[in-house]
Design a binder for this molecule. Structure first.
Ligand code: ATP
Ligand code: MG
Length: 389
């Protein structure tokens, strides 16, 4: 068994729990560096399983699947934040696992996550934990209007209900089957941003530049990264906050910290993702080291060098909706027209069926200037039928 501090060199096999697009792009990055990859995911046609050397088709808690992954791999990471922390802990008995189950467990639970922000002294939205009818009744009126969010298993705005009154709150909690929830005060957002940090076992930490994000219907739609995308003071504050959140978790791996910027300029942390993040996909084409290569470097104890941005960039998420612009039969967008645009980098995840709101791919537009990147991205958006931004 390799020790946590050993460098794992190319030629070894790296494992990932989860076969989604993040796992696929992790496998691509690892393979580009000469590693072999193994994916654990039940789904026969999972995006990562389709491109990996090994694909173990078992559930995340299957003892045999986990044992086989441990046997094949020199180190394991995750691409899916709802992998049971217990599975990560089990694997960690026999090989290096990053991030650790303890850190993932905090990211999996909004209540624990918020308590961690408070502990790190990073401001988050005012909130209350609602696990019982008594806690529901005791909610402070100052939290309304608010958003009731399930403490666990939410993504892309799922498991969230916006509530204006106490009556709506009571109704929403029963709609959410009275599971453990967090009620957050609805804040006046000027915009949203996120920061990706990568931290090694020796405590070295590097970051990607601040990403400015536009969400539509609770799903990331556009990320813009260039000098001046957010005011410099806010950017500095966001990077410092993201690093303290990671250090407070003694985190190893790639971590995304999402923020709200309020109308008054105040920065408020929203949530963390213990893995590469949709808002970091631009790094594949605009940075000299991508978030997926950072993930490989963290898990193998390779050096973490501060990534350098070489192009201004705009990322457009390609949701399944774009396949249905002409009617009910799925039809792929005009990729030939998109790829005629300078600086257009198309990434598709190999998903067989397009469905509304399903993440099918993303388009990274790179350019020498922010103006040019935006201009080209707006042209691409028009061709694709994405609303201008
Ligand atoms: P994902 O994991 O895909 O990022 P999620 O389902 O975990 O999404 P959140 O990040 O909690 O959801 O919320 C989704 C979006 O809803 C946010 O990006 C933001 O646009 C809006 N939102 C969430 N909480 C608040 C709030 N307290 N005030 C105002 N807007 C909010
Ligand atoms: Mg979010």
């Amino acid at each position: 068994m390799s020790k946590d501090t050993d460098v794992i060199l190319p030629g070894a096999t790296l494992g990932v729990l989860g076969g989604g697009q993040l796992g696929r792009m992790f496998a691509h990055a690892a393979q580009a560096m000469g590693y072999f990859t193994a994916v654990l995911d039940k789904d026969e046609t999972s995006p990562a399983g389709l491109v990996s050397h090994q694909h173990l088709r078992t559930g995340y808690e299957d003892p045999q699947g986990l044992a086989e992954l441990a046997r094949l791999c020199a180190a394991v990471t995750t691409e899916f934040e709802n992998v049971p922390a217990g599975s990560l802990n089990k694997l960690a008995e026999s090989l290096p696992v990053s991030p650790a189950g303890s850190a993932v467990a905090i990211a999996q639970d909004r209540a624990a996550e918020k308590a961690h922000f408070v502990k790190c002294g990073v401001p988050c939205a005012p909130y209350a934990v609602i696990e019982t009818a008594e806690q529901l009744a005791a909610v402070n009126d100052a939290l309304l209007p608010g958003i009731l969010k399930t403490a666990r298993m939410g993504y892309d705005g799922k498991g969230q209900i916006r509530v204006k009154t106490r009556e709506e709150l009571v109704k929403a909690w029963s709609e959410l089957k009275q599971v453990a929830c967090v009620l957050e005060k609805m804040l006046p957002l000027a915009h949203e941003c996120s920061v990706i940090v990568a931290r090694g076992r020796n405590g070295d930490i590097v970051n990607l530049p601040v990403q400015r994000n536009l969400h539509r219907d609770g799903i990331l739609a556009v990320t813009e990264v260039y000098e001046g995308n957010v005011p410099a003071a806010q950017a500095e504050q966001a990077v410092a906050a993201a690093k303290s959140v990671a250090i407070g978790l003694d985190y190893v791996g790639v971590l995304c910290v999402e923020f709200f910027v309020l109308d008054n300029g105040q920065l408020v942390v929203n949530e963390i993702a213990p893995r590469p993040h949709n808002s970091g996909h631009y790094s594949q084409n605009a940075m000299d080291v991508s978030q997926f290569e950072l993930q490989v470097r963290c898990m193998t104890n390779l050096p973490l060098v501060q990534p350098r941005q070489h192009s201004a960039t705009v990322m457009l998420n390609l949701l399944g909706d774009l396949w249905f612009k002409d009617g009910e039969t799925a039809k792929a967008p005009a990729w030939d027209q998109i790829l005629a645009l300078p600086g257009a980098h198309l990434h598709l995840y190999g998903k067989v069926d397009a469905k509304p709101a399903r993440k099918m791919g993303h388009l990274n537009i790179t350019a020498a200037s922010p103006e040019k990147a935006r201009e080209t991205a707006l042209k691409a958006a028009e061709i694709l039928g994405i609303e201008a931004f």
